[in-house]
Design a protein around this ligand. Structure first.
Ligand code: G3H
Ligand code: 13P
Ligand code: ZN
Length: 283
């Protein structure tokens, strides 16, 4: 069933486990995530981005995910969230389409601007009963930044995190502790002391770890101990999906029914999500 992201995060926090937030871009990926959640009897969050809204159409992708969840998830709680809304306007589009949980990622701006944009979003969103995640510090992407960043400069400052949460009233916070998106080389070891300090200063705020595709058990365990309740995964799903597509176009190109290809890609994504769910569930 479609469930509140805020409740899913709070439930995980109260019970000492974490959930996965999985990016999807079409029906097959949405089904893969829902089917994995149902098979594992575990809540998950499905998320879409601005690029996916542009690709599919805001209302189309919203309805596709909502329908898949309603038809296939039975009583398993599935949250639905806008990931990395980079502007007030994008967040408005998502809320307009029906989303009840959004991220405003104004982390590329100065701290003061980030606070102001985030506060504007929170005021608008909370009036409509929509939950908000913000980001402070930077979780880098390939192509977007120097591949060898000065991590101390881009990681979350714990006192700033506390200030942002208190001033804006956000419901969840994405932290930068040396984690990175896609194939960007992460800091050799996450800054555990920094995460601990953030958690100590804002113990009631669910912390979100972006760029978790390459996170393995011991890192997950350490992060959950220090307040992380949700791991964002996109790249590993893309790789699973595309590996199947590539295999078909190379080795099995006599098959002309695209449903054969898409069904295998869907199954491959489901298998990845199942493994992630298990890892996050038992940190
Ligand atoms: O961090 C978010 C995604 O991995 C980037 O997704 O290409 O849909 O913007 P996007
Ligand atoms: P990865 O693509 O590195 O898994 O990161 C996903 C993410 O952070 C989505 O917000
Ligand atoms: Zn992210």
């Amino acid at each position: 069933m479609l469930a509140s992201v805020k409740n899913i995060l709070e439930e995980a926090k109260a019970n000492g486990y974490a959930v996965g937030a999985f990016n999807v871009f079409n029906m097959e990926e949405a089904q893969a995530v829902v089917r994995a959640a149902v098979k594992k009897h575990n809540p998950v969050i499905i998320q879409i981005t601005e690029k996916t809204m542009n690709y599919a159409g805001d209302g189309v992708i919203y309805d596709v995910v909502k329908n898949v969840v309603e038809k296939e998830s039975a009583s398993i709680p599935i949250g639905f969230h806008l990931d990395h809304g980079h502007s007030f306007d994008v967040v408005m589009r998502a809320i307009g389409a029906g989303m009840s949980s959004v991220m405003i990622d104004a982390s590329e701006h100065s701290l003061r601007e980030n606070m102001a944009i985030t506060k504007r979003v929170v005021d608008f969103a909370h009036a409509k009963n929509v939950a908000v995640q913000a980001e402070i510090g930077k979780v880098p992407y390939l192509g977007g930044m120097d591949p060898n960043p000065d991590w101390d400069k881009i990681m979350t400052n714990p006192l700033d995190a506390k200030w942002l949460v208190e001033e804006t009233g956000v419901d969840a916070l994405a932290v930068a502790i040396g984690n990175a998106h896609d194939f960007f080389r992460e800091r050799p070891e996450p800054d555990w002391a920094r995460l601990e300090e953030i958690h100590k200063l804002i113990p009631n705020t669910p912390l979100i770890l972006h760029g978790a595709s390459d996170w393995v058990n011991h890192k997950v365990t350490e992060a959950v101990k220090r307040g992380v309740v949700c791991f964002n995964v996109d790249t590993d799903l893309r790789v699973a999906f595309n590996t199947v597509l590539c295999q078909f176009t190379h080795d099995k190109c006599t098959i002309i029914d695209p449903r054969t290809v898409m069904a295998e890609a869907r199954d491959a994504v489901q298998r990845v999500v199942e493994k992630k769910i298990e890892m996050f569930r038992n940190p």
